[in-house]
Design a protein around this ligand. Structure first.
Ligand SMILES: [Zn+2]
Length: 436
């Protein structure tokens, strides 16, 4: 491959850059301050700081900076064209090991439209404190998929849920493999919980991937994301009901209606969170409040038995190693909610965390860690309390479990269809007009 060539190659004048560089890449003369990085000058492996705004902050600047010390003409031309700088002189005879991979990603970037800044985007796509790195608001599905490998402000949002999806899938399949699904009714709630724990990171990564196809596609993607989060909330309630209830609450009226009310919560919560998107532009504060409420109140309902167990009366069988994981899960969830609602750190330094480290990425990481802790706690409770629970509790029947999940899916999808249809019914100026 030419990129890997250890031999000097012919210098390319700007108009004769290799074809791979050209789609979407403008090659222009460098701005003042780049010294000898002018068209036709030789590179000589110098380290030149990329100071041309807005690319000084762009991750490509880092690539260009590191590649310039040892690279061939093709690599250098690629870097320079990404950055709109021109210099293709082949002075260096070898590449650092990491550069080919980075260049591959950069070449892919060249096939995609360059990320946009906030003032080039319709208001519905704006994220607080994020200035640069937006994908085109009418990207094709292919461009959305390819954008997984292009550094933009959604890339890490996608990967922070896509990789955990495969991790949770692996855990789910491992448990499925060692379980006698037909006869082991004690394990059914665990399987439901582990199944729903795979659904929400997958739905979220899809939502973040395809949310730049259009304004309405963005809303529908997040409707599905909220639906999946609510399904997971019901999965958690099913597992809590089966394995984590404190001794004193087992077989009480509260226990009997706990899952039924969790189903009702998921329906209301999906409705509320979808509705909140219609207020995003007109009443942003109310929108945020409704959305946080939509997720906080089913979580609080689900966690009530855990609060009771940790802070009031756990009972003898519930005093086990799982309690520590329940505590960690709660702490991590609190941190996730704080990050989600506070928009920190990007609110304090707009533009500094566009690509890496903004609150939504941190929120994703905290949510995944919280789910991991929760899963550990449920697995421990299921094993350590098995004898006591089988003797003292009334387990959920297959009909109850499947009925709850199906009801949730049907009502959630109906909600999503209703709100998606509403997007097309409401005239666009009404939906996206800012209240004065
Ligand atoms: Zn997200």
């Amino acid at each position: 491959m030419r990129v890997l060539s250890r031999h000097p190659v012919q210098a390319h004048p700007p108009s004769e850059l290799p074809p791979l560089l050209l789609p979407g890449a403008q090659v222009v003369a460098p701005k003042a301050g780049l010294g000898k990085f002018a068209p036709g000058r030789r590179c000589a492996g110098r380290r030149v700081k990329c100071s041309n705004p807005p690319f000084a902050r762009h991750p490509s600047a880092q690539l260009s900076y590191s590649a310039r010390s040892r690279c061939d003409g093709f690599a250098l031309a690629t870097c320079c064209s990404v950055l709109n700088y021109t210099d293709s002189s082949p002075d260096c005879d070898s590449l650092p090991a990491s550069v080919p991979l980075l260049l591959l990603l950069k070449m892919l970037s060249l096939k995609l439209p360059r990320p946009l800044s906030i003032d080039q985007m319709p208001q519905v796509f704006h994220e607080q404190g994020i200035i640069f790195g937006y994908r085109h608001p009418q990207s094709s599905a292919t461009a959305c998929l390819l954008s997984l490998f292009q550094m933009n402000n959604e890339t890490l949002n996608i990967w922070t849920h896509l990789l955990p999806f495969w991790f949770f899938m692996w855990r789910f399949v491992t448990v499925l493999y060692v379980t006698d699904v037909q006869n082991d009714s004690y394990s059914w709630p665990l399987l439901v919980y582990m199944g729903t724990s795979c659904v929400y990171p997958f739905a979220s990564s899809c939502a973040h991937t395809f949310s730049s196809m259009s304004k309405n596609a963005r809303h529908i993607c997040y409707f599905l994301d909220y639906g999946a989060v609510n399904l997971f909330s019901l999965g958690s309630a099913v597992a809590y009901s089966a394995y984590t209830f404190p001794d004193t609450l087992v077989c009480t009226t509260f226990h009997d209606y706990y899952v039924a009310l969790a189903v009702l919560n998921t329906i209301i919560s999906t409705g509320l969170s979808c509705y909140s998107r219609f207020l995003e532009i007109q009443k942003p504060r109310l929108c945020k409040m409704l959305r946080v409420l939509a997720f906080a109140y089913p979580y609080t309902w689900d966690s009530f038995p855990i609060f009771y167990r940790l802070f009031l009366f756990p009972g003898e069988s519930a005093q086990n190693e799982a309690s520590m994981y329940h505590q960690k899960h709660m702490a991590m969830t609190l941190l996730a909610s704080f990050l989600y609602s506070a928009h920190l750190p990007e609110r304090l330094a707009p533009g500094r965390f566009d690509y890496i480290g903004h609150s939504h990425q941190l929120f994703h990481v905290c949510v995944i860690l919280a789910t991991h802790m929760q899963m550990e706690a449920i697995l421990l409770d299921k094993t350590l309390r098995k004898e006591w629970l089988l003797a003292s509790s009334r387990p959920l029947s297959l009909l109850q479990i499947t009925g709850a999940i199906l009801l949730c899916i049907v009502f959630t999808l109906s909600n999503i269809l209703y709100f998606s249809a509403a997007l097309y019914r409401i005239p666009e100026p009404e939906l996206h007009k800012k209240e004065t």
